[in-house]
Design a binder for this molecule. Structure first.
Ligand SMILES: [Zn+2]
Length: 151
């Protein structure tokens, strides 16, 4: 997924602390740092539980147990939502390098937004998530805007 790494965790979360929420969203997205780290292949080690180890440690240092747990959940969600790509995810790494995939869409890479969203499956799934976000947060957004406009 592309924006789904942010929108899906945002849809299912129930975190009150804004800094912890930002950490959760970052932890869920940051496996895709492999796009900018030289020599690190996309959907390689950053898309495994090995990548969760430093995330959990950093999360614990920042937010104690909640930070560690949300870092792990963020990584787990990232791996889950990338499993439908044709590339697949190495769920058993480092025990095995076998990739598991649902093969629902083609991995178009970091800059392949247009190619990615021209495929029906990711467009449909991420569209459902966006509709879910609108339903979930429309009250929050409209009340925030009302307060801002009444000042
Ligand atoms: Zn990814």
């Amino acid at each position: 997924m592309m924006y789904g790494h942010i929108t899906f965790p945002l849809l299912i979360q129930n975190i009150k602390d804004k800094k912890l929420l930002l950490w959760f969203l970052f932890a869920g997205w940051c496996a895709n740092l492999d796009h900018i780290i030289p020599g690190v292949p996309h959907m390689g080690i950053t898309h495994t539980f090995v990548w969760a180890i430093p995330l959990v440690i950093i999360g614990y240092a920042l937010f104690r147990t909640d930070g560690a747990v949300y870092a792990f959940i963020g990584q787990l969600i990232h791996m889950l939502v990338d499993t439908p790509t044709d590339t697949g995810v190495m769920w058993l790494y480092p025990l095995s390098t076998q990739r598991f995939t649902l093969n629902l869409w083609t991995n178009t890479g970091a800059l392949g937004v247009w190619g990615y969203y021209s495929q029906p499956a990711p467009l449909f799934i991420e569209g459902i998530i966006v509709i879910g976000l609108i339903v979930r947060y429309h009250e929050t957004v409209t009340s925030y805007l009302r307060k801002k406009m009444s000042r």
